[in-house]
Design a protein around this ligand. Structure first.
Ligand SMILES: [Fe+2]
Length: 179
């Protein structure tokens, strides 16, 4: 029997996903400045707000493993966050897990009902397919969150652009304020 080295390496709590099929992109401030309540003209448009890593091996039923790295930046007091999305297929769930840092996972249903769960190293989150989801970095360090989902889920950003999350997360004098 041949024993192979793994194709992918992932130091869960400190590293990023590495391997031959790993895709990686950076989300810059200028690409997502519209998701925040206000604009910060002091912040360079090329500031990296978050980065996403993922891999899959193709096939007819694709399972993805991913990592989102969200930097501790505030925009006029508003905590940095991901764009957030529904799944195109509202039957498809996803699992998130906290790797490092502190944050909130916002859940929003199609009726506009919202709630959040705390995210921290070791936290696990089952996101049912009918909830949009957004990560917010509320800490002073980088927030790193792993994810597992099927490609069949797809990403629906349009619904969030048209009907945004009703609450925003701010940090004032080190305290979290939800407005
Ligand atoms: Fe998702």
């Amino acid at each position: 029997m041949q024993i192979k080295s793994p194709k992918y390496i992932y130091d869960f709590f400190n590293g990023v996903i590495q391997g031959e099929n790993v895709k990686h992109y950076k989300k810059l401030y200028k690409e997502i400045d519209f998701i925040y309540k206000t604009r910060d003209n002091q912040l360079s448009p090329d500031t990296v707000m978050y980065e996403v890593y993922s891999f899959n091996e193709g096939g007819s039923n694709i399972l993805l493993w991913g990592l989102t790295v969200i930097y501790p930046i505030t925009i006029n007091g508003e905590c940095n966050m991901t764009r957030g999305h529904f799944h195109e297929d509202r039957e498809e769930p996803e699992i998130y897990f906290g790797c490092s840092g502190e944050g909130l996972l916002l859940y929003l249903d199609s009726q506009g009902k919202i709630f959040a769960e705390k995210v921290f190293k070791g936290s696990l989150h089952y996101i049912h397919g009918n909830y949009a989801h957004r990560l917010v970095n509320t800490g002073d360090d980088t927030l790193r969150v792993g994810a597992c989902w099927r490609e069949a889920a797809g990403h629906d950003y349009k619904s969030i652009d048209e009907k945004p999350f009703p609450n925003r997360v701010y940090k004032k004098d080190g305290k979290i304020d939800i407005a």
